[in-house]
Design a binder for this molecule. Structure first.
Ligand SMILES: Cc1cc2nc3c(=O)[nH]c(=O)nc-3n(C[C@H](O)[C@H](O)[C@H](O)COP(=O)(O)OP(=O)(O)OC[C@H]3O[C@@H](n4cnc5c(N)ncnc54)[C@H](O)[C@@H]3O)c2cc1C
Length: 440
């Protein structure tokens, strides 16, 4: 059996390793990778001794302990990682607000604290009294769930920055289960200054000591060796008998982790309506800036959110040098700034950098005379956008892929909001599903 895996990000490489660990000879697996380095969205970059994650700050954490341990083991074991406490805040005016926002409203200036508490209680009361159902669009869902104050001061401006479109165009389905339902008592406590916690599963995280988050995919790539064909974009996938021809080479099985939006470009004879559904799946891109700083120490923060317009286009800043001592030279620190862009459109030019710096200065995060240099990266596919057509387009795309036997896998191979640990979990499941027929 010859197996082709399209794309050597963490999904593709984890699948290859799970197949091998399940008994498939490594020599029967081939990974096609367009890039010059394997790793996809997990890639990192080092410039003058400063390391950053190209697709925004990445941390290793998982509710699935065996999956997380597997990731560590594939990348050198526990000793190759540092453990960190998660300490995230929201920057609001010149205040640091505890995260999540509803657990931190007591840190806000008094008027904003009052607005948020009043709105939260009104929304809570309204839901209890009327039993109203969750609205289907994200804009109205925010009002229904959090009330006017949190919507106005945080949720609306923050989400408009991330999603780059009116929030009415986004469905509220995707938040179900993602945004924990803070009990009203916790919000009342928070408002008067009694500390309450949220998101406890992320309280600690791990990060590779060296090489940035890419340390994880480097571990996988090193084991897979020449089974990963770098600089080898897939340009044609054609059905051939019971199997497939990939770039004119025969394979029995194909697993695709490349974005569904590109599938009609290289898979032959995709029906028009399926190709349309695939191409119209919406996503956002991302521009990241590493800011190398001549500053010996940062406060003990992991990352911060910047909800306010006057804080510039950035939605999140990671304290990259706090993740690992390997991320900056001794006595220096760094920020990693994230700015989303509408998918499929040209990336903004150099003016974006000036807006970003101006915003960070306004937020009181840096002075320009501390900046040693700035390095920019960008990724085409960063966030799946959950617009109202998302579920149907995705269903059409995935049904067709499954029907053809072109196994879809990965964040954009399945168009799911998956972190790398979930990519690993799904690769493990995919391997378990495939192994009986591969070994049979
Ligand atoms: C802003 C941001 C923050 C994140 N934070 C975290 C975090 O803190 N923790 C975490 O665990 N995860 C995080 N993630 C998610 C994580 O990056 C992804 O889930 C994971 O990297 C996706 O891996 P993948 O292999 O599915 O896809 P990808 O990494 O996209 O891999 C697809 C591969 O296919 C290749 N390819 C594309 N076209 C072709 C072609 N024609 N032929 C051959 N190859 C091709 C690409 O080069 C790429 O290597 C974050 C993501 C983003 C965007």
């Amino acid at each position: 059996m010859k197996i082709a895996i399209l794309g050597a990000g963490i999904s593709g490489m984890a699948l290859a390793r799970f197949l091998e660990q399940g008994g498939v000879p490594r020599s029967s697996i081939t990974l096609f990778e367009a890039g010059s380095v394997a790793g996809g969205l997990c890639l990192s970059k080092t410039v003058d001794g400063f390391t950053y994650d190209v697709a925004g700050g990445h941390i290793l954490f998982s509710k699935d302990a065996p999956a997380m341990q597997w990731m560590k083991d594939e990348a050198g074991g526990d000793e190759a990682f540092v453990q960190r406490d998660r300490n995230t805040k929201i920057r609001f005016e010149q205040e640091w607000v505890h995260y999540p926002f509803e657990n931190g409203i007591g840190d806000l200036p008094k008027q904003a604290n009052f607005d948020c508490l009043k709105g939260y209680v009104e929304a809570w009361h309204q839901r209890k009294v009327t039993g109203s159902e969750a609205p289907k669009d994200f804009k109205n869902w925010i009002q229904w769930r959090f009330g006017d104050g949190i919507a106005r001061h945080f949720m609306d401006p923050y989400n408009e920055k991330i999603w780059k479109r009116p929030l009415e165009q986004i469905t509220s389905d995707w938040v179900a289960g993602r945004v924990p339902d803070a009990p009203v008592e916790d919000v009342l406590r928070a408002a008067v200054g009694i500390r309450t916690e949220g998101y406890t599963h992320q309280a600690i995280f791990f990060y590779p000591k060296q090489g940035g988050f890419q340390g994880i995919t480097d571990g996988l790539a090193a084991t897979l060796g020449d089974r990963v064909r770098l600089n080898t974009p897939v340009t044609s996938v054609v059905k051939k008998g019971e199997g497939w021809s990939v770039n004119d080479e025969d394979f029995d099985v194909v697993v695709n982790t490349v974005s569904l939006t590109y599938v009609p470009d290289f898979v032959k004879d995709v029906p028009d309506h399926v190709a349309k559904a695939m191409r119209e799946l919406e996503y956002n891109g991302l521009v990241t800036y590493l800011i190398a700083l001549d500053r010996p120490e940062h406060p003990n923060l992991s990352w911060i959110y910047l909800p306010q317009k006057k804080q510039g286009p950035a939605n999140r800043v990671t304290y990259m040098s706090n993740y690992s001592p390997g991320n900056a030279p001794e006595g220096k620190t760094s920020f990693l700034v994230e700015i989303t862009t509408p998918g499929g459109q040209p990336f903004p030019g150099p003016e974006l950098e000036q807006d970003m710096l101006q915003g960070l200065e306004t937020a009181g995060l840096l002075r320009r005379d501390e900046v040693l240099f700035i390095d920019r990266s960008q990724v085409n596919h960063a966030y799946v956008v959950f617009d109202h057509e998302y579920a149907e387009r995705r269903r059409v795309a995935l049904d067709w892929m499954e029907e053809q036997g072109l196994h879809p896998l990965g964040r954009f191979g399945r168009f799911e909001y998956d972190n790398s640990d979930q990519c690993v979990i799904k690769a493990r499941e995919k391997a378990a599903e495939m192994l009986p027929s591969l070994l049979g």
